[in-house]
Design a protein around this ligand. Structure first.
Ligand code: SAH
Ligand code: SF4
Length: 371
């Protein structure tokens, strides 16, 4: 029997492999449940698998998990995990609780930064725990404002490595993860097969039974990936990192814009078969003096016309080697107000975890921890 990695395999594939190895059909369900529902990392944990079967399978089954190399919690409760793959690559995941119960009330100044839509304020969801996961080690896209870009692309993560970020994070958090966002290291559409397989594994009822409505895939705008995602039989949430309102500025910030300029990108989004009552999220990193003018706000409104959309404004998270600045808070609020005035749902993404470099675009797992 060749090496079997249950974390990588869909249930039917696991069943085929185990049946071919002379195991009964139900063995696949057992292994699948333990691996994906319980996050098991060894056969020894699988108490309902007979001892003889465990011994038979021991030589063939590889359940090596990601190793948790570092777990750092920021003042706001955000926890950054640095995880090491079997071949020694490092990736990061970030656990983001909706509210930190131990935290003293925010000062009004901070509260402005952390402004949220009124509905979220009215019904705070204490159980909400979002995990931001990585799809690649590094990234090939090369956005000029992003720390991950400085690494270049080392390799894609396998589906098993993607789902294991969830299982390790859940073990550390000690509670259910309610939302998943592919907004860590990497461009998910560059690892389309790995990401989609991971989503299937996570959503399987014999596994965590995750709802596709609680999964968001964020892309820098790879049009073929968006089109492909639109053809899938299920729908996850789509987020697009727009970050500029003219081709000139966007190409400067995000070289991918040369290949898929704004008109092409927005055309693909307009053609996306969005499910009823869903919206596309547009992420917009605010860079002082680069993409944050009133003219930008006006152009953004025009660009999004007719698209069921919301905009997440992300004041740039600094990185020492990158030549940008975060706009002043008042300016960020003004930009947000301009969008709202024109009927666009515009939210300020909390700048969470920035004291431990766990915020968007600060994920560079290969660097020493900033503690
Ligand atoms: N590669 C995908 C997903 C990961 S990046 C994508 O680009 O969409 C997640 C988000 O972080 C993107 O919206 C990106 O624009 C944003 N981002 C990158 N660097 C940032 C930084 N330094 N400050 C704030 N946001 C940043
Ligand atoms: Fe890659 Fe996203 Fe960073 Fe761009 S913003 S370099 S696509 S991770």
């Amino acid at each position: 029997m060749t090496v079997l990695r249950p974390r990588e395999l869909l249930l039917e594939e696991l069943r085929d492999a185990l049946v071919a190895a002379g195991e009964p059909r139900y063995r696949a369900e057992q292994l699948f449940r333990w691996t994906h529902q319980k996050g098991a990392t060894s056969l020894a944990e699988m108490t309902d698998v007979g001892r003889a079967a465990r011994e038979r399978l021991a030589a063939a089954v590889d359940l090596t998990p990601l190793q948790v190399d570092l777990s750092q919690t920021a003042h706001d409760g955000t926890t950054k995990l640095r995880l090491v793959t079997a071949d020694g690559r490092k990736v990061e995941s970030v656990l983001i609780p909706e509210r930190d119960p131990g935290r003293v009330p925010l000062t009004s100044r901070e509260e402005c930064w952390q402004a949220k839509p009124a509905s979220t304020h009215a019904t705070p969801d204490d159980d909400k725990l979002t995990l931001c996961i990585s799809s690649q080690v590094g990234c090939a896209i090369g956005c000029k404002f992003c720390a991950t870009a400085t690494l270049g692309l080392m390799r894609n993560l396998t589906a098993g490595e993607i789902v294991d970020q969830v299982y390790r994070a859940r073990a550390i958090a000690g509670r259910r993860i309610s939302h998943l966002v592919f907004m860590g290291m990497g461009e998910p559409m560059h690892n389309y097969d790995g990401v989609l397989r991971a989503i299937r594994l996570l959503c399987d009822d014999l596994g965590l039974g995750f709802s596709t409505r609680r999964i968001t895939v964020s892309t820098s705008g790879l049009v073929p990936g968006i089109e492909r995602l639109g053809r899938e039989p299920f729908q996850v949430n789509l987020a697009v990192s727009l970050n500029a309102t003219t081709d000139e500025v966007r190409t400067r910030l995000m070289p991918i814009n040369k290949k898929y300029p704004l008109a092409t990108l927005l055309g693909a989004i307009r053609a996306y078969p969005l499910a009823r009552r869903r919206r596309v999220t547009f992420e917009y990193v605010l860079l002082a003096g680069v993409n944050d003018t009133d003219a930008d706000a006006r152009r953004l409104v025009k660009l999004l016309h007719g698209i069921p959309a919301k905009v997440n404004l992300i004041p740039w998270n600094p990185h020492p080697t990158l030549p940008f600045a975060r706009p002043a808070r008042e300016h960020v609020l003004h930009f947000q107000a301009e969008l709202k005035r024109h009927g666009i749902g515009a939210y300020l993404r909390e700048t969470r975890g920035d004291d431990i470099a766990a915020a968007c675009g600060q994920l560079v797992a290969q660097a020493p921890p900033a503690a």
